[in-house]
Write a protein that binds this ligand. Structure first.
Ligand code: C5P
Length: 233
């Protein structure tokens, strides 16, 4: 299993995105394409970035009936991305459908991970709106367990939850963790943050880093620092 830094390409369109990626002249970063960029530019942006040699996490968080998710995943598998995701709240039948749809005729497939609870959901919303009457951490671990039993490769979770997920689901079950900030950086709207170094020591396999790299004066230098701190190299 390879630990890596994934840069969140939270840009509105193709021009800004390709300008940004043009600054990385050495190692080609693993990147995340989210809903904003994908809905603006469509599958073409995936192909354009893939052609430039990047690994891609397509972060579209699918959540629908199993048959629909299965068919949508079959389409995404043809885009040659490296990682995709679903909401674990869609339950096990949907996750198994996703896995089936994603598997190409030759047996290969991108990594499939599940979102447990969005970090924007707090305990009050869980109880009062979603009527889930157990502590947040317990739902995260249970959703992770459901994902593991459905055959998925891992989950998106807070770096603070990564060790608990590994303890429940096994060391090889992947943890992909956003909410990363440099020790001397600005947290912005992220409430619970961790440095790349501590995330690396604490059980994160992949860290997802947006603004600390995209908004840096020198993004390539910020990326190199992030890799150095995370991998302890
Ligand atoms: O700029 P920043 O480093 O906060 O970006 C984090 C990225 O990870 C964003 O693309 C955000 O949407 C995503 N993300 C997150 N928290 C989650 C799930 C995804 O910050 N729970």
């Amino acid at each position: 299993m390879n630990k890596d830094v994934i840069i969140a390409l939270d840009f509105p369109g193709k021009a800004e995105t390709l300008d940004f990626l043009g600054q990385f002249t050495g190692r080609k970063p693993f990147v995340k394409i989210g809903m904003e960029l994908y809905y603006a530019e469509g599958p073409e942006i995936v192909r354009a970035i893939k052609t430039r040699g990047h690994r891609i996490f397509l972060d579209l968080k699918l959540h629908d009936i199993p048959n629909t998710v299965k068919r949508a995943m079959a389409v995404l598998s043809r885009l040659d991305v490296d990682m995709v995701n679903v909401h674990a709240a869609g339950a096990s039948a949907m996750m198994r459908g996703a896995l089936e749809g994603l598997t190409r005729p030759d047996g290969t497939r991108p990594l499939l991970i599940a979102v447990t609870q969005l970090t924007s959901t707090d305990q009050a919303a869980l109880q009062k709106e979603l009527l889930i009457d157990v502590p947040m951490e317990e739902t995260v671990l249970r959703y992770a367990k459901n994902a593991a039993e459905s055959g998925l490769d891992g989950v998106v979770c807070s770096p603070l939850e990564a060790q608990g997920v590994k303890a429940r689901c096994g060391a090889s079950f992947l943890t992909v963790t956003p909410g990363i900030r440099f020790a001397d950086g600005d947290a912005g709207d992220q409430k619970r943050v961790m440095t790349p170094e501590r995330a690396g020591q604490g059980g994160s396999d992949y860290i997802v880093v947006g603004r600390p790299i995209t908004q840096a004066a020198d993004p390539a230098a910020a990326y190199a620092r992030c890799l150095r701190e995370f991998l302890g190299a």
